[in-house]
Ligand binder design. Structure first.
Ligand SMILES: [Zn+2]
Length: 444
């Protein structure tokens, strides 16, 4: 799969050089018809010589009118910019390695109605929701070249560095705002959203919602739902809080001071993770308490992504297993704490077998593009990957296995890790060789 290479310097500087310094200051207004108007000032230190900066507009994968750049400035002066394709914009920059840069982009978008939106519904509106995923230009990560994969219609498309966010948001009258950072209504319809170390900022506008809250180990958990879903909304809160407690026990502290769970219309996916925020498909709230295994699985899985994706990032397109397999295995720890591990193990085994029947060429560590149409993706990468981690845990023992995961977390906190990084730490921390397991599970 194509990787956009605009300029390759002869050295490579650790991506943390960007991560520690990246900052988004934005003004965004959203009206009741889903029209988005915004301006984003993205600043930081260039980790290499950057004749250009590459920004992604992920919602444009389903239509250029959904999000596009209308103007660009560098240090206050108007500059040229080019739309390489609807999701990728380059801005003339001329920054040298180590130099501070500041790019300001004006952007405009239209959030389609859910019924006509296509995709997962993560950039869509309904009578009671406006879901704004990746609703602003996002700087592509740099690891010696720009990481800018084409957007595929399945799996997660975003690859991004963590950043500090400050957003002034104008929402239409009568709507409440819930965001991945911390949101405060400073005047009627005017919200100030701030957050640190966010890999992206998800914003949801809600009308007529109810909320239940709880606190677990200093983490404030909020569950947002409509009145008709009160029991499911309470169950979502309960699973989320219990999962946080279990994961903290094995992996260390939750990465953020709060976590919001919001029921919204979604299709083709049961839940979506963002730093500090989880979207869950409303249809599963309709069916509650049916799906007694799958319903809690949604929340346990997305909570696990707070560690694997939000805190320790990875290239979700080239190596989706790095966060998905680990999040799936981590979700199993919640079921283990409930005395239900055999159920989840059976679910993974049947899922992996089914996935391999549907896609005979891809493996656990295959890139997203090895699963055309998403065929076999969940079964192989999520379930097969979870079984792989279970085999490592059984071989290494709990102390070494979870110790390795905590080390991996510490070493790659707020950075982008690779599968090789993860496997190296697991192998180094294992008291016994793992080579035969790696060979058996991960051989292409
Ligand atoms: Zn996931």
């Amino acid at each position: 799969m194509r990787r956009l290479t605009l300029f390759v310097p002869f050295w490579i500087i650790a991506v943390t050089a960007v991560a520690a310094n990246l900052r988004y200051a934005m003004e965004i207004s959203v009206d009741a018809n889903g029209e988005v108007l915004g301006q984003a000032m993205v600043s930081g230190l260039a980790p290499g010589d950057w004749p250009e900066a590459v920004f992604r507009l992920y919602p444009a994968a389903l239509g250029a009118d959904r999000l596009h750049v209308t103007d660009a400035w560098v240090e206050g002066a108007s500059v040229t910019w080019e739309s390489v394709e609807p999701t990728t914009v380059t801005v003339a920059l001329a920054a040298t390695a180590g130099q501070a840069f500041s790019v300001t982009l004006a952007f405009r978008g239209e959030v389609p109605e859910f019924v006509r939106a296509g995709g997962y519904g993560s950039y869509a509106r309904s009578a009671h929701t406006v879901v704004l995923s990746q609703a602003y230009p996002i700087l592509a990560p740099w690891d010696g070249s720009w990481i800018a994969h084409p957007v595929l219609p399945w799996g997660d498309a975003i690859v991004a560095e963590v950043a500090e966010y400050e957003v002034d948001l104008t929402a239409p009258e009568g709507w409440a705002v819930v965001a991945g950072g911390t949101e405060v209504e400073v005047a009627p319809g005017q919200y100030r959203i701030v957050g640190e170390n966010l890999r992206e900022l998800a914003i949801v506008l809600l009308r007529g919602y109810e909320v239940q809250t709880t606190s677990v180990g200093g983490v404030e958990v909020r569950s947002f739902y409509r009145a008709e879903h009160e029991r499911a909304g309470r169950a979502a809160l309960d699973v989320t809080a219990k999962a946080i407690a279990v994961f903290v026990n094995h992996l260390g502290p939750h990465p953020f001071s709060g976590l919001d769970v919001v029921a919204v219309p979604l299709r083709g996916v049961a839940g979506i993770e963002y730093p500090g925020l989880i979207l869950a498909g409303e249809t599963y709230y309709d069916r509650y308490p049916l799906d007694s295994l799958f319903f809690p699985m949604i929340f346990a899985h997305e909570v696990a992504h707070q560690w694997w994706y939000a805190e320790v990032g990875n290239d979700q397109v080239a190596e989706p297993w790095v966060d998905e397999a680990l999040a799936t295995y981590t979700s199993g720890l919640y079921f283990e704490s409930q005395g239900r591990f055999p159920e989840i193990l059976y679910y993974w085994e049947s899922g992996y077998a089914g996935g391999r029947l549907r896609n005979k060429t891809a493996g656990i560590t295959s890139p997203l593009w090895a699963f055309p149409g998403g065929e076999g993706y969940g079964g192989i990468v999520y379930s097969g990957g979870a079984l792989f981690f279970h085999s490592l845990r059984e071989r290494m023992g709990d102390e070494a296995f979870f110790g390795a995961l905590r080390l991996y977390r510490d070493e790659f906190q707020w950075r982008l890790a690779t599968g090789a990084d993860l496997l190296r730490i697991l192998s180094e921390e294992s008291p016994v060789p793992l080579d035969d397991l790696l060979e058996a599970w991960l051989r292409p």
